[in-house]
Design a protein. Structure first.
Length: 264
């Protein structure tokens, strides 16, 4: 595996055909490995990026303390079959004078967009830059970040980008909690409390199958966690989801379950 740090290195080294891209912010875990494995199974060349994107963090969020361990991440990516790891500095992606931003308007407003104003502007802008730099045939995103997936798909559709967006199913630990880089912030007690979140989503999905309200059932089962939102929503491809965000011990977690359809 080759580590690249500049845009010029990517353009010189990465092939122009058959490339799969998995954008990440590092702190790699089993969910990221699932992205790499999906890309490996479908593409001749796999590129992963690690970039903790300041533009998608708001005031008071955890940009400065977001977990960073390049040596560990490099080992994980190489073991998963990544061919090129793109690890740019902030100045490489946002040079002095940078002032062009991408705003996927309506899809960026509710849910995560309401809780984190400007977040999806940062996501859309950095994804467009990565697509232009790497020129992948396919790009891989996790289902856990379903609204992000929707925003990126709309970006690709509206700007006529030649990249296929692929969704990879949420990876969960054996206790049911969706894997996330931010899980590392949870104390042992908070980790146990956090299990009420996936359990509530599962209760909502079960209620939906019985013709009852998924949202009401999930809220009943949430067991005292601080809820930012818990709503039924739809994605661009027509899937119906129950999506939520909760806070456990000050740590904000997001998750969702598909009620109907899928996220191909």
């Amino acid at each position: 595996m080759k580590v690249l740090r500049t845009i010029s290195e990517v353009r010189a080294d990465v092939p122009r055909e058959g490339v799969g891209l998995a954008p990440t912010m590092g702190a790699l875990h089993a969910g990221h490995v699932a992205l790499f494995e999906a890309a490996r199974s479908e593409c001749e060349t796999v590129v992963a990026s690690i970039f903790v994107n300041p533009a998608q963090f708001g005031a008071g969020e955890d940009f400065e303390r977001y977990p960073r361990d390049e040596a560990a991440d490099t080992a994980v990516a190489e073991a998963a079959g990544v061919d090129y790891l793109f690890v740019p500095a902030v100045g490489e992606m946002y040079p002095d004078g940078f002032q062009t931003w991408v705003d996927v308007e309506a899809l960026s407003r509710p849910l995560e967009g309401e809780a984190r104003p400007g977040h999806f502007r940062g996501v859309a802008t950095v994804c467009l830059k990565l697509f232009n730099i790497v020129r992948p045939a396919r790009a891989y995103f996790g289902q856990k970040d379903a609204q992000q997936l929707d925003v990126v798909r709309r970006l690709v559709r509206d700007l006529d980008l030649e990249v296929e967006i692929r969704a990879v199913a949420t990876v969960r630990d054996t206790d049911g909690l969706a894997v996330s880089s931010r899980n590392a912030y949870l104390s042992a007690d908070d980790r146990l409390r956090a299990l009420a979140f996936p359990n509530a989503l599962a209760a909502g999905a079960a209620a939906d199958r019985e013709g009852r309200s998924a949202v009401e059932a999930a809220r009943t089962a949430i067991d005292g966690l601080e809820v930012d939102y818990l709503e039924e929503t739809f994605d661009l491809e027509g899937a119906r989801l129950l999506a939520g965000a909760v806070r456990v011990g000050g740590i904000r977690l997001i998750d969702n379950v598909v009620l109907e359809g899928d996220l191909p």
